[in-house]
Write a protein that binds this ligand. Structure first.
Ligand code: FES
Length: 294
């Protein structure tokens, strides 16, 4: 019942320009949330909904953490709300949870997260660590000033403190102002070429980055999943915005990220058909691929 929503915003924190972290009261969601899932949020009655990946949750406190980038009308509205304000509705958890396996100790699960990819990657990474797996986070940001969740006491550092050498963190910035200069594909390529045993790769970020990662791992036969939350619009299977062209047994199959995902085997995606949806021009794509060394 949206009219009786008690989804109070309890805390709000600016992470980088246009990006807010919100802690929202949502006990039902928090109780059953699993890594990889998302929620549908209505900032106000009659407004548009926003599908948002659960960045974190606390079942005991009955809260969820959402990271919102002000991009469309609803997300701008949502980011303008303050602690004490009430969201008109929050529904979930939705989507298939991440597939989790316990891998051998000499293998690592690699997460490549570009910018806003870090919040959705975080709970999946934590779940792998809790299972006993080794994980490698390759987190990319445009520049040092836009980094978040990485300083002492913040989420990534907290995982390092809790899980010690089972988590390895590599940062990359486009301008080299912190960590490796370049894209997340660079450290990943080095790992692959060095023969590191990689159990699987989870990639979340801009579509071009996910393709770059997918193209890199394919010849090595490393299972790679792309989480496609960012392309959803209504997240109900109705609008068609999240359609992903996938090739199975030489046949083109259309999957919905919001129903069949959000995680999709990236090596099955027909990226040539998929990417133009994001309004990318061939030249731009080629240029980016060149920069990725692909
Ligand atoms: Fe609209 Fe999946 S987001 S059909």
């Amino acid at each position: 019942d949206m009219a009786a929503s008690d989804a109070v915003i309890l805390a709000k924190r600016n992470l980088s320009p246009g990006i807010e972290e919100l802690v929202v009261r949502a006990p039902v969601v928090a109780r059953s949330a699993q890594a990889g899932q998302f929620v549908r949020v209505f900032p106000r009655l009659g407004g548009e909904l926003i599908p948002l990946t659960l960045a974190d949750w606390d079942a005991e406190a009955g809260t969820v953490c959402l990271v919102v980038q002000a991009m469309g009308v609803s997300s701008i509205e949502m980011n303008a709300m303050e602690p004490g304000d009430v969201l008109a509705g929050i529904a979930g958890p939705l989507g298939r949870p991440s597939e989790l396996h316990r891998y051998p100790d000499d293998e690592t699960v690699v997460f490549t997260a570009g910018g806003l990819g870090l919040p959705p990657v975080y709970p999946i990474m934590r779940e792998h660590l809790r299972l006993g797996n080794h994980v490698t986070l390759i987190a990319g940001f445009r520049t040092k000033d836009l980094m978040f969740w990485t300083a002492d006491g913040e989420r990534v550092a907290a995982l390092q403190a809790e899980f010690g050498d089972r988590i390895e963190v590599v940062y990359a910035t486009n301008d080299g102002s912190y960590g490796v200069e370049g894209f997340v594909t660079k450290p990943l390529q080095e790992m692959l070429e060095a023969g590191r045993k990689i159990a699987e790769v989870v990639t979340i970020g801009p579509p071009l980055m996910m393709r770059g990662v997918s193209d890199l791992t394919k010849p090595f036969g490393v299972r790679t999943v792309a989480s496609l939350n960012s392309i959803m619009v209504d997240a109900t299977g109705m609008c068609g915005a999240c359609m992903v062209p996938v090739v199975i047994d030489d046949k083109l199959v259309r999957k919905h990220a919001c129903i069949d995902g959000p995680e999709i085997d990236s090596h099955l995606i027909d990226w040539d058909k998929f990417l133009p949806r994001f309004g990318l021009f061939k030249a731009q794509e080629q240029e980016a691929r060149t920069r990725h060394g692909l």
